[in-house]
Design a protein around this ligand. Structure first.
Ligand code: AMP
Ligand code: ZN
Length: 114
């Protein structure tokens, strides 16, 4: 999808700080970080949100979770703990309509989120 920001990042048309590049997914540093570690793990395939995932995406979702774990380990936040977030739709606060899992850490996260 040429009008999708994250598809354009996947295609290399828009620069990003890529921390993981695998056949099915990439992980990039968020351009507006909300914590010392703020990385987005996203499939290369355009999937609108986590609400669109089905059984056929089981391996992809497992790979996204594994990538999130690797990011946490690489940034040294895995021992203290961190947060994984998938915003879905308007009320969920999703602003980019291409599935992405936020990896947030490096500070004490609070609850409830905004
Ligand atoms: P969400 O609100 O869950 O859809 O999250 C979208 C995230 O994408 C936000 O945290 C933005 O800061 C981030 N973002 C927007 N544009 C870029 C970009 N060009 N590179 C990296 N992250 C971005
Ligand atoms: Zn896309």
């Amino acid at each position: 999808m040429t009008d999708c920001l994250f598809c354009r990042i996947v295609a290399g048309e828009i620069p990003a700080t890529v921390v993981i590049d695998e056949p099915e997914l990439i992980a990039i540093r968020d351009v507006n970080p909300q914590a010392p570690t703020h990385v987005l793990v996203l499939p290369k395939e355009h999937i609108e949100s986590a609400a669109e995932l089905s059984a056929e995406h089981r391996d992809l979702w497992a790979a996204i979770l594994a990538a999130a774990q690797h990011v946490a380990q690489a940034d040294g936040i895995d021992r203290d703990g961190y947060r994984l977030v998938a915003n879905i739709g308007r009320a969920g606060g999703q602003t980019v309509q291409h599935l992405h899992l936020h990896v947030l850490g490096g500070r004490q996260m609070t609850w409830p989120p905004g």
